[in-house]
Design a binder for this molecule. Structure first.
Ligand SMILES: C[S@@+](CC[C@H](N)C(=O)[O-])C[C@H]1O[C@@H](n2cnc3c(N)ncnc32)[C@H](O)[C@@H]1O
Length: 255
């Protein structure tokens, strides 16, 4: 096992997630938010719906040939108390338990790709929808556009919304298929302890670089943020409190 990379409260492993989970005790994590291979060939640059829209071309890989096995989900449910699993409509037979609480991400596409992505959850609340445009050049927040470094990258905003709505402060978060590191960036922004695992070395290195750049940039601006009313002796809000509140309100601003 390579030594993990530690960035703030994130620990990142470049290895197979099954080998990593085998080292964990039961319920080591409060919430697993995972985006495994769907088994639909999205790792190919030649796939027109994806290849055309990427910021930089990506090398074709072979990781999206088949979805995770029943054994993967068995392990995931052993090591985490709750799970959010993207793409589960493609491999529900391997999860094999029902859920009242699916999550719908409406990508506001122009019809070239799927309109929405679906996540199975082990949670007991109602179906919820997150709307955020993610269609090639177009992103829901054009002022803070994210560079696309991975062929199936999900937006940081999606992970921030999930963490804000489905995780409690202080909980430990696991992502077994880190990809571009969007989940790690969201966890960092909101102050969660996070562990990410990625098998592919070049994706892993690119994610580490992206997370490092992001956290370095935040550190430059991360002097404690004072609310106007602090001077009158009222409560001081941490940066994470303010981020959480703004994500609920649908804004990414710390002001
Ligand atoms: C759908 S992508 C994840 C994309 C990610 N959610 C993002 O926003 O960038 C799945 C990732 O899982 C990785 N992967 C595939 N099999 C794996 C395994 N057994 N263990 C760890 N990572 C794996 C692939 O290399 C790929 O980067």
């Amino acid at each position: 096992m390579n030594a993990p990379i530690i960035i703030g409260k994130a620990t990142l492993h470049n290895m197979d997630c099954m080998a990593f989970m085998a080292t964990l005790p039961d319920k080591a994590f409060d919430l697993a938010i995972v985006d495994p291979p769907y088994g639909i060939g999205e790792d190919k640059t030649t796939r027109p719906s994806r290849g055309r829209t990427l910021t930089t071309p990506h090398q074709s890989k072979e990781w999206d040939k088949k979805p995770p096995s029943k054994e993967y989900f068995h392990e995931l449910m052993r090591v985490s108390s709750n799970q959010i699993v993207w793409g589960a409509n493609h491999f529900m037979q391997n999860i094999a338990i029902g859920s009242p609480c699916w999550i719908v991400w409406d990508k506001q596409t122009a019809g070239n790709n799927a309109d929405c992505e679906l996540a199975f959850t082990s949670l007991k609340t109602a179906v919820r929808k997150f709307t955020f445009m993610w269609e090639g050049f177009w992103q829901g927040d054009m002022k803070n556009k994210e560079a696309r470094i991975h062929p199936t990258q999900k937006p940081v905003k999606l992970y921030e919304w999930l963490l804000t709505n489905y995780a409690k402060p202080g909980q430990r978060i696991l992502d077994t298929h880190l990809g571009s590191g969007s989940s790690a960036i969201a966890a960092h922004n909101l102050g969660f302890d996070f562990v990410g695992v990625e098998l592919d070395k070049s994706y892993f290195d690119a994610a580490v670089e992206r997370i490092n750049n992001h956290t370095a940039q935040l550190r430059m601006f991360d002097e404690p943020i004072k609310q106007k009313d602090d001077r009158r002796g009222k409560r001081t809000h941490s940066n994470n409190d303010l981020r959480r509140r703004n994500i609920r309100k649908g804004s990414n601003c710390l002001c």
